[in-house]
Ligand binder design. Structure first.
Ligand SMILES: Cc1cc2nc3c(=O)[nH]c(=O)nc-3n(C[C@H](O)[C@H](O)[C@H](O)COP(=O)(O)OP(=O)(O)OC[C@H]3O[C@@H](n4cnc5c(N)ncnc54)[C@H](O)[C@@H]3O)c2cc1C
Ligand code: FES
Length: 243
């Protein structure tokens, strides 16, 4: 995998998440991801493997990543000041053609990440849409401020309605397209609630080693057996996933 050393244009916090902007020229589709790591490799080998991140936004010049600091890889990215290393955009993003009516974007926790960019794309296409976000608590829900008008739920009820993102959004049958990203349990619940909706696309966040199809570390079960989510995903039609 080729990595590009890219200049950081800014880094800020949104609630408890980190938002990092870097300069990028080329096409990116909403739902695609990059493998990123702090600059320094191979001098430091720290971290040894890059980590996958959805594109939070892209305006043709500046790409943004929104991430939660979980371990060493994200900690080092959060501490970066001048540059990071990032791969080209990878994977298959959200399909946005053929949406006949209103769409809804459902994000769970940092699964909100691909929806700023998807919302931008739907807006450009004239597709009306709602955004519903679910978080553990008010501290993490701070990112919701970047989604004006979003319906918000928190598990502890400290912000928005109490419950999951599905409690925030209500009846899914009124939407002609459903897009979701978050933990697998949330995606499985969205798939059940979508009840065979014509367009229901789910972005999975399996752990990834290589990001280019070499390690088989990111497989997900489908009706035709296991497939690599870095190549055939991370966005899948809901009916394809064998959950
Ligand atoms: C396609 C894709 C897109 C992603 N987009 C984003 C994003 O936009 N923002 C973001 O914050 N994260 C995103 N992730 C998850 C992100 O890659 C991990 O949080 C990151 O790799 C953690 O690296 P680390 O070194 O900080 O933590 P590690 O030291 O590797 O792990 C720390 C802890 O986090 C847990 N963890 C690591 N990866 C995951 C995962 N994929 N799902 C659940 N738990 C995990 C580990 O089990 C461990 O408990 C995405 C993952 C995928 C596959
Ligand atoms: S991350 Fe290695 S095959 Fe997908």
């Amino acid at each position: 995998m080729k990595f590009h050393t890219v200049e950081i244009e800014g880094i800020e916090t949104l609630g408890r998440y980190v938002l990092l902007h870097y300069r990028w020229e080329g096409s990116i589709e909403p739902g695609q991801f990059t493998m990123a790591r702090a600059a320094g490799y191979p001098t430091t080998f720290d971290p040894f493997l890059a980590r996958p991140f959805s594109f939070y936004d892209y305006d043709g010049e500046t790409a943004s990543l929104l991430f939660e600091v979980r371990g060493r890889g994200t900690q080092l990215l959060a501490e970066a000041t001048e540059r990071i290393e990032a791969s080209r955009p990878l994977g298959k993003g959200f399909r946005v053609d053929g949406v006949a009516g209103r769409a809804v974007l459902l994000g769970g926790g940092v699964g909100v990440a691909p929806f700023k960019f998807l919302s931008r794309r739907l807006y450009e296409l004239g597709v009306e849409h709602d955004v519903a976000l679910g978080f553990e608590d008010e501290g993490v829900a701070g990112v919701a401020g970047d989604f004006p008008g979003a319906k918000v739920a928190t598990m502890d009820g400290s912000f928005g309605v109490r419950g999951t993102v599905l409690d925030a959004v209500g009846d899914l049958s009124e939407y002609s397209a459903i897009y979701a990203c978050g933990p697998n349990a949330m995606l499985a619940a969205v798939k059940r609630a979508a009840n065979g909706a014509k367009i229901c696309q789910l972005s999975v966040e399996e752990r990834m080693g290589c990001g280019n199809g070499s390690c088989n570390g990111c497989v997900v079960p489908t009706e035709r057996g296991y497939v690599r989510s870095c190549i055939e995903g991370p966005v899948f039609d809901a009916e394809v996933l064998a959950w």
